[in-house]
Design a protein around this ligand. Structure first.
Ligand code: C5P
Length: 328
C-alpha cells in the first residue's frame, strides 16, 4: 500500500453537503478495449480526431470513499506503487473537478484497489477517474446525471466519459463524445494478455504519425491512412452473434505503431491465435493484447496457453460488454 496523500482543504463538518451518504461507499469500474479505433489527422490542439467503438470488459478497479475533513488517497494492487500520489493523480484531479463543478469542498477519504494494469491501453487511469466522479457524486449527494458526470469526465481525459457509461458505445471527437450504439445483446468472450511494462499513449500516437509520414508518398496504406470511416461493418457484426464475423470487422489504427515500438507484441498475438482465439489485436495504444474467443471454454484454454507460453505477464478470460462505473 502507498503512503496516504493528505491534501489539506479547509472543509469543516459544517461545510459538508446536507445530502449524500457518510460512506463507506464502493464503486466498481471496468477496463475498456477499442473494437474499432480509426485515427484521423493530428489536430491543432495536439489530439487526433478519432472514430472509435469502445467496449467495457470485466476487468475491474474499485474505489472506496468515506467522509473526511481533508482529501486522503491510498492505493494498492496492480501497479499502484508506481502511480503519482500528487495533483497529477487522475483520482485527485477527478475529486477537484467534481468539487469545482458542484461548489463542494474536495474533502474525501479514498482507497483505490487496482486490478487493471497501468499504461496498458485499457484506460485504467481513466477508469479510476470515472469511478471517483461517480463515488464522490454519491457520497457528497451532488446528484449529477450521468451526462453531467460525462461532461466533467471529458476535462480529465479522452476515455473518461465512456467509463461513466460502459457497455459498447461510439466515441468521436478526441474520443470524449459518446453516443450509444445498437450493439445487440450478446456477451462476447475475451482474453486479456497483460504485457511487462507499459507504453506511453502520446508516444504511440507520435509513432503512428511518423509511420504515416514515412509511408505516405509511395505506399498505399489501405485503411490505415488517416481516413475516418464509419465503423459500419463492426456495428453490423456486433448485432450478429458470430465471433468469426466480429473478428473480421475489428480494427485498430494504433496497432502498427504499438508493434513498431514493441515488436514482441506480434508474437503475443500469434501465440493467442495459435492457441485457438478467433482474433487477436492490440488494445488501444497497447501493450495489452486482447483475444476474441468463440466461447467461455475456448477463452479458458487460450488464457492458459498464453500464460504458459511466456509471451505475456498474465492472461485472463473475461466477457463484455459490462456496465460502466457503478456503486456496488
Ligand atoms: O486524453 P488523454 O489524456 O487520454 O490523452 C493522452 C494523450 O494521448 C494526449 O496528450 C495525446 O498525446 C494522445 N491522444 C491523441 N489523440 C486522441 C487521444 C489521445 O493524440 N484522440
Amino acid at each position: 500500500m502507498t503512503e496516504p496523500l493528505d491534501l489539506y482543504d479547509q472543509a469543516g463538518a459544517a461545510d459538508r453537503p446536507r445530502y449524500g451518504r457518510t460512506g463507506p461507499l464502493r464503486v466498481r469500474v471496468p477496463a475498456k478495449v477499442n473494437l474499432h479505433l480509426g485515427v484521423g489527422p493530428l489536430r491543432a490542439d495536439g489530439f487526433h480526431e478519432l472514430v472509435t467503438v469502445y467496449h467495457a470488459i470485466g476487468l475491474y478497479d474499485e474505489i472506496t470513499v468515506r467522509r473526511a475533513s481533508t482529501m486522503v488517497l491510498t492505493m494498492d494492487g496492480e501497479g499502484a506503487a508506481t502511480l503519482p500520489v500528487d495533483e497529477d493523480n487522475l483520482v485527485v484531479r477527478a475529486v477537484r473537478a467534481l468539487a469545482a463543478r458542484t461548489g463542494t469542498p474536495p474533502s474525501v477519504r479514498l482507497h483505490l484497489a487496482k486490478q487493471i494494469p497501468i499504461a496498458a491501453g485499457l484506460a485504467g487511469g481513466s477508469a479510476d477517474a470515472a469511478a471517483t466522479l461517480v463515488a464522490c457524486d454519491a457520497l457528497w449527494g451532488t446528484g449529477l446525471s450521468r451526462d453531467e458526470l460525462a461532461e466533467v469526465a471529458a476535462e480529465l481525459g479522452s476515455d473518461v466519459p465512456f467509463l461513466i457509461y460502459g457497455g459498447t458505445a461510439l466515441g468521436t471527437g478526441r474520443g470524449e463524445r459518446i453516443s450509444p450504439v445498437l450493439a445487440g445483446t450478446r456477451s462476447w468472450h475475451w482474453v486479456v494478455a497483460a504485457a511487462d511494462g507499459g507504453l506511453s499513449t502520446p508516444e504511440v500516437y507520435r509513432e503512428l504519425d511518423r509511420l504515416r509520414a514515412a509511408a505516405q508518398p509511395t505506399v498505399h496504406l489501405g485503411r490505415n491512412d488517416g481516413d475516418l470511416e464509419s465503423p459500419h461493418d463492426l456495428l453490423t457484426a456486433l448485432r450478429q452473434r458470430d465471433p468469426e464475423v466480429l473478428a473480421a470487422a475489428l480494427r485498430n489504427d494504433l496497432q502498427s505503431a504499438a508493434v513498431s515500438l514493441r515488436p514482441q507484441l506480434a508474437a503475443t498475438i500469434e501465440a493467442g491465435v495459435a492457441a485457438g482465439a478467433v482474433a487477436g489485436f492490440v488494445s488501444g495504444s497497447g501493450p495489452t493484447c486482447v483475444f476474441l474467443a468463440a466461447d467461455a471454454a475456448s477463452a479458458q484454454v487460450v488464457a492458459r496457453l498464453l500464460a504458459d507460453s511466456g509471451v505475456c505477464r498474465f492472461a485472463r478470460p473475461t466477457t463484455g460488454p459490462v456496465p460502466g462505473a457503478r456503486v456496488i
